[in-house]
Write a protein that binds this ligand. Structure first.
Ligand code: GLN
Length: 548
């Protein structure tokens, strides 16, 4: 049963995908939270994957790992960054998850011999999950983003659940459609027809939107608003113009300008419990837009090329983490993508010498690996600030073993299972999982504690002795090599509480201004108003490098 008085806002997309439904939902969450309400954001992904962990980041963007370890869609990262807090597994669902629980219950005879059908059983499982999230989080408003676009076959059951929830709670459910108004080049005029059709399509499910967020290149004029209002059957003041903006973090401020928060509370019959001033957020947004000194950061990775364009979505949280630390330091990180494959043939000096800092982010598999190792060596030898994230830390140890310890053929067993020096080895608990092909959701995932060693860069940056960070890996620094590596000068400044897992590696500051890698993904916990200390320390070092 639903929590008494809980409110639900469904956000659904019309016309086309990729117009910023996730940012709209995140921004609604923030402006409601700023009005004193406790909001949770839920993402529904209609695909059949049980979680986002098995999807290729080039096609689907980054896999965002929650504190609990659930591998989710990158929108969840935006939700956490806008709300400024951790979300829980209850806040995420895929069709795969929904079907998996229905089928498991059927196998356990829990449906008492009934024929199991999409409606009511699957729909009711969706409703159960939405209500469980509401109850679990102690929130009073849930903003629920239905992935995909109205009319997709695969989100029909979710829209059906949204319809039924309003039937059960007539005063507690709102529907918001995020639509798009194109301006065809040949006409130069904003067209409302696709939105009218999308609303009609939604109507065919028995759902009438209460609000329309009209995304477009420019602002909407009154004439267009009136037209949409009449044709779509929505009050004109509930049509929110959402023009393209310089930064996604502008969106909640624009919503504020249109008084969207008050309009939502009014429609939900809720009072504002706090007066929003959004001052901190405003200051943050201004600081990322101000003219500032630039630091050029090269990100050496492989998930870039999908046809003709670069898909930086694969590293979304890394980019955002750099932005937040840049805002805090008053510098502008200028990110350049370096395809590791490009300098496997020996062009690395030319390409890398222009960077003030180099990042090797998380990754899997063999593509571009020797190129990444070259980049790491170059950064180490030339004193360029280097920040390795997960794979970027493992490869830092491989490079160190090969070129400083002189261990020929040192490698990670992920790439060479027969390496003469397996300095990065599979974690013991992973061996059987890999052998049995159990890949989904089985990595070392989510938040784990690490202890920091005093007198290190890591300890100075965090300023505490114990930290918790989010992980996603199957391999680790081989404990058999740890002593040898330490003797050769690399410091393991963060280790798991039992001392077995090396969580942070760094070179002492006398030897290198900033040469540090983490087995975890610090980018996942960076927030606009709480930048991550390691990203800030890395950027500070990069800034110094630029000045020298
Ligand atoms: N492929 C490495 C592992 O599984 C690193 C993973 C990552 O970078 N997220 O351990």
């Amino acid at each position: 049963m639903a929590t008494e008085g809980h409110k639900y806002i469904f956000v659904m997309g019309g016309v086309m995908s990729g117009v910023g439904k996730g940012i709209a939902a995140s921004s609604m969450g923030l402006i409601l939270q700023e009005r004193g309400h406790k909001v949770n954001l839920i993402k529904i992904d209609p695909y059949l994957n049980v979680d986002a962990g098995t999807m290729n980041p080039t096609e689907h963007g980054e896999v965002f790992v929650l504190r609990s370890g659930l591998e989710t869609d990158q929108d969840m990262g935006n939700y956490e960054r806008f709300l400024g807090r951790d979300l829980t597994p209850e806040d995420y669902m895929t069709s795969g998850m929904v079907y998996q629980s229905v089928i498991a219950r059927e196998r356990a005879l829990e449906y008492g011999g009934k024929c199991i059908e999409a409606i009511p059983h699957v729909r009711d499982e969706i409703l159960r999950r939405i209500e469980a999230a509401a109850a679990h989080n102690g929130s009073n408003i849930s903003v629920i983003e239905v992935g995909g676009t109205v009319g997709d076959f695969q989100n029909a059951l979710f829209i059906e659940a949204a319809r039924v929830l309003r039937l059960q709670h007539p005063d507690d459910v709102l529907y918001v459609m995020v639509s798009y108004l194109p301006v065809p080049g040949t006409l130069g005029e904003m067209k409302t027809k696709p939105t009218q059709s999308a609303v009609r399509e939604l109507n065919s499910y028995g759902v009438q939107p209460d609000f329309i967020i009209a995304r477009s290149a420019g602002s909407m004029d009154e004439k267009r608003k009136e037209k949409l209002a009449i044709w779509c059957n929505v009050r004109p003041d509930r049509i929110i113009s959402a023009p393209d903006v310089e930064s996604i973090y502008d969106v909640p401020l624009n919503f504020e300008n249109d008084n969207f928060g008050d309009l939502l509370l009014d429609a939900l019959d809720l009072p504002a419990q706090a007066h929003p001033d959004m001052q901190k957020w405003r200051t943050f947004v201004e600081s990322i837009k101000n003219e500032r000194e630039e630091v050029t950061i090269g990100i050496v990775g492989k998930y870039f090329d999908t046809g003709d364009f670069v898909l930086s979505d694969a590293y979304l949280s890394v980019i955002e983490a750099l932005k937040f630390s840049g805002a805090a330091l008053g510098v502008k990180p200028k990110i350049e993508w370096v395809n590791a494959k490009d300098f496997e043939k020996g062009t690395e000096v030319e390409i890398l010498s222009k960077y003030d800092g180099i990042i090797v982010p998380g990754g899997f598999g063999e593509t571009g690996i020797e190129g990444k190792l070259k980049a790491i060596r170059y950064a180490r030898e030339q004193g360029i600030p280097y920040f390795g994230l997960c794979y970027g830390m493992q490869l830092m140890v491989v490079e160190y073993a090969r070129n400083v310890l002189g261990l020929e053929g040192a490698h990670t067993v992920e790439i060479n299972p027969n390496a003469p020096h397996p300095v990065v080895d599979v974690m013991p608990e992973q061996v059987a999982l890999i052998r049995e092909g159990k890949y989904g959701g089985t990595m070392r995932l989510g938040s784990y504690e690490a202890r920091l060693e005093k007198g290190t860069i890591a300890h100075a940056a965090y300023g505490v002795e114990a930290i918790e960070e989010r992980h996603r890996h199957r391999y680790e620094i081989n404990p058999d090599y740890v002593e040898k590596i330490k003797e050769a000068g690399l410091v393991f400044s963060g280790v798991s509480p039992d001392g077995i897992l090396m969580e942070i590696a760094e070179l002492p500051q006398e030897k290198h201004p900033f040469y540090l890698g983490t087995q975890f993904h610090p980018e996942l916990q960076a927030r606009p108003l709480a930048p991550h200390p390691l990203f800030t320390a890395f950027l500070r070092a990069s800034l110094k490098k630029r000045a020298s």
